[in-house]
Ligand binder design. Structure first.
Ligand code: AMP
Ligand code: TRP
Length: 329
C-alpha cells in the first residue's frame, strides 16, 4: 500500500495558542513516525488580511521556532515557508479555473472573516480556500490534520481534486481530513461561545503556548463560567464545557472521563486550579526548548530552507502534470 502523506498548514499571524496546539500541532507531532509529514507556514495566506511587513517577517520565524519547540523533528518531517515554494501560487491559478464562485461563496470562514474586515475585503480572502487546496494537492497528500474550523476547506479541496480529475484525467490524490476528537475546537476563555483565535485582542481570551505560568494562571482563573456548579459538559453551559474540553485535550482523556474526574469538585474554582497546573506542566518543555532555539535564529532559517528544498521537486512535478493535463505548459 502507498505510504500516507500528511500535510498541514498554520498561519504565522500571531502567538500560537492552545487551540492551535491541541487542535493541530499536537497531532502533527504525534503522527511523525507513521507517515511522510509536510508542514507549512502559510505566509501567503496571512496576506489575505492587512499585515505589517516587518511584524509578519518576525512572526514567520517565531512560529517556526514554536513548531520545532513543540516537537516537529526535522529528521522526520519537513517544515517550510509557503512563499519559498513558488508552485503554491502557480497551482492556485490552475485550480481557480476549476473552482466556481458559488462554491467559494458558501465558505463560512469567508463570511465570518469578510464581515470582520473594516474597509475593503481583499479578493485574496475570497480565493484563500483555493490556495489552501493547492497547498494540499501539490504533495499528493492523503491526510490533512486540522481543527474542525478547517473541515469545510478540506471538503472543498476534495471537490476541486475530483472535478479536476474528472475533466482532465487522474492528476490529484483525494485527501481526507483528520480531525481530532478532543481539542478540535477550543473556545475563548473570555467568551466560550467564540473560537479561540490568534486575532482576538485582549489578554484573557487565549492561552498562548509561550505564556508564563503566571499568565496561564491569570487567564484560567478569570475564565468566564456559567451559573450553577455542576461540572458537566452541556451545550447550555459553554464555559465549563470548554474547561472540560481543554482538560481532556491536555490529558488525553475523553470528555466523559474528565467529567468523572471532577465528580467531587466543589464548583468551578477546583476545576480551574487543576487546569492551571496541568497546562503549566504540559507547556513547560515547549517553553524551555523555545528559549534555546530563539538564541539561534540562523539554524532555524537553515532548517526552513532545507524543508523548502526537499519538497520543491514534488510540488514542481505536480504542477507540470496539472498544466499538461489542462492543455498548457
Ligand atoms: P490558524 O490559527 O487559523 O492558522 O489555525 C492553525 C490550525 O489550528 C488549524 O488546523 C486550525 O484548525 C487549528 N485551530 C485554530 N484555532 C483553533 C481552536 N480554537 N480550536 C482548535 N483548533 C484550532
Ligand atoms: N487555512 C488554514 C488555517 O487558517 C491554514 C492552512 C493553509 C492549511 N493551508 C493549509 C491547513 C493546508 C491544512 C492544510 O488554519
Amino acid at each position: 500500500m502507498a505510504r500516507s502523506v500528511v500535510f498541514s498548514g498554520i498561519q504565522p499571524t500571531g502567538a500560537i495558542h492552545i487551540g492551535n496546539y491541541f487542535g493541530a500541532i499536537k497531532q502533527w507531532v504525534a503522527g511523525q513516525d507513521d507517515a511522510e509529514n509536510i508542514f507549512c507556514l502559510v505566509d501567503m495566506h496571512a496576506l489575505t488580511v492587512p499585515q505589517e511587513p516587518d511584524v509578519l517577517r518576525g512572526q514567520i520565524l517565531e512560529t517556526a521556532m514554536v513548531l520545532f519547540a513543540a516537537g516537529i523533528d526535522p529528521a522526520k518531517s519537513r517544515l517550510f515557508v509557503q512563499s519559498h515554494v513558488r508552485e503554491h501560487g502557480e497551482l492556485t491559478w490552475y485550480l481557480s479555473c476549476v473552482a466556481s464562485m458559488g462554491q467559494l461563496q458558501r465558505m463560512t470562514q469567508f463570511k465570518e472573516k469578510s464581515e470582520a474586515q473594516r474597509g475593503e475585503v481583499r479578493a485574496g480572502l475570497f480565493t484563500y480556500p483555493v490556495l489552501m487546496a493547492a497547498d494540499i494537492l501539490l504533495y499528493r497528500t492523503t491526510h490533512v490534520p486540522v481543527g474542525e474550523d478547517q473541515k469545510q476547506h478540506v471538503e472543498l479541496t476534495r471537490d476541486l481534486a475530483q472535478r479536476f480529475n474528472a475533466s482532465f484525467g487522474d492528476v490529484f490524490v483525494i485527501p481526507e481530513p483528520a480531525i481530532p476528537k478532543a481539542g478540535a475546537r477550543i473556545m475563548g476563555l473570555d467568551d466560550p461561545t467564540k473560537k479561540m483565535s490568534k486575532s482576538v485582542p485582549g489578554s484573557y481570551h487565549a492561552i498562548r503556548v509561550l505564556d508564563t505560568p503566571e499568565q496561564i494562571k491569570k487567564t484560567v482563573m478569570s475564565a468566564q463560567t456559567d451559573s450553577g456548579r455542576d461540572v458537566r459538559a452541556d451545550p447550555a453551559r459553554p464555559g465549563i464545557t470548554n474547561l472540560l474540553g481543554i482538560y481532556a485535550a491536555a490529558t488525553g482523556a475523553s470528555l466523559e472521563a474528565a467529567e468523572t474526574h471532577f465528580a467531587d469538585a466543589r464548583g468551578y474554582g477546583d476545576v480551574k486550579k487543576e487546569l492551571v497546573e496541568i497546562l503549566v506542566e504540559t507547556l513547560r518543555p515547549l517553553r524551555e526548548r523555545y528559549a534555546e532555539l530563539s538564541s539561534d535564529p540562523t539554524t532555524v532559517r537553515e532548517l526552513l530552507q532545507q524543508g523548502a528544498d526537499a519538497v520543491r521537486p514534488i510540488a514542481s512535478e505536480t504542477v507540470d502534470r496539472a498544466k499538461h493535463a489542462m492543455g498548457v505548459g
